[in-house]
Design a protein around this ligand. Structure first.
Ligand code: FE
Ligand code: FE
Ligand code: FE
Ligand code: ZN
Length: 186
């Protein structure tokens, strides 16, 4: 995300006036926070749509039925999250718009690499879990911040909607941890 944060205190300030400046730091500008928030929504909207395309490849590469089931379940949730995000945009009076998420593209590129490097079977399953949990944590970070910003910006209904997705992501992550201890063995 490339939104410039223009109001960081200048580091060139003399040490003496530094604490003074911090004390009088202006509050965040509402329309700028709103802009950052909407940018974040566009980013995660792109990311969820990229996941809808990428998760079937992970399912195809997975071996253990518990892992396949977990990812299949989360694929359905992810499709639903795309729709939920479209409702979030419409609740805000905006058209749903995606903005390239370099982070998700990177995580998915790594996922492809890991699957190629690990031999099909338990090892590739372990690799898929590695990649999938990184994805979930990126989403958890994103929805955590976005639902907090929505609250600050007084979009309480949207905050609840984003919080609901956040809980799905946390559960997906927990499920993968559970599956790991069931299927990965020496
Ligand atoms: Fe998601
Ligand atoms: Fe992103
Ligand atoms: Fe990495
Ligand atoms: Zn997810």
């Amino acid at each position: 995300m490339k939104t410039a944060i223009k109001e960081m205190p200048k580091t060139t300030t003399a040490p003496e006036s530094k604490s003074k400046q911090q004390g009088s730091q202006t509050n965040v500008n509402e329309s700028k926070l709103q802009e950052l928030f909407v940018d974040g929504l566009k980013d995660i909207y792109y990311a969820e749509k990229a996941l809808v395309k990428a998760l079937p490849k992970m399912i195809k590469n997975a071996t253990a039925p518990q892992l396949i089931e977990a990812i299949k379940g989360h694929l359905e949730e992810t499709k639903d999250q795309v729709i939920k995000l479209e409702s979030v945009f419409s609740e805000l009076g905006l058209k749903a718009q995606a903005k390239k998420c370099d982070a998700m593209d990177g995580l998915l590129k790594e996922a492809t690499g890991i699957m190629e490097e690990c031999e099909k079977g338990m090892m590739r399953d372990a690799g898929i879990i590695t990649a999938a949990q990184k994805v979930e944590h990126y989403e958890i970070a994103t929805y955590g911040t976005l639902s907090a910003f929505a609250g600050i910006l007084n979009h309480s209904k949207v905050a609840d909607m984003l919080h609901e997705i956040l809980e799905q992501e946390k559960n997906a992550d927990l499920k993968l941890t559970e599956v790991t201890s069931m299927i990965i063995k020496l």
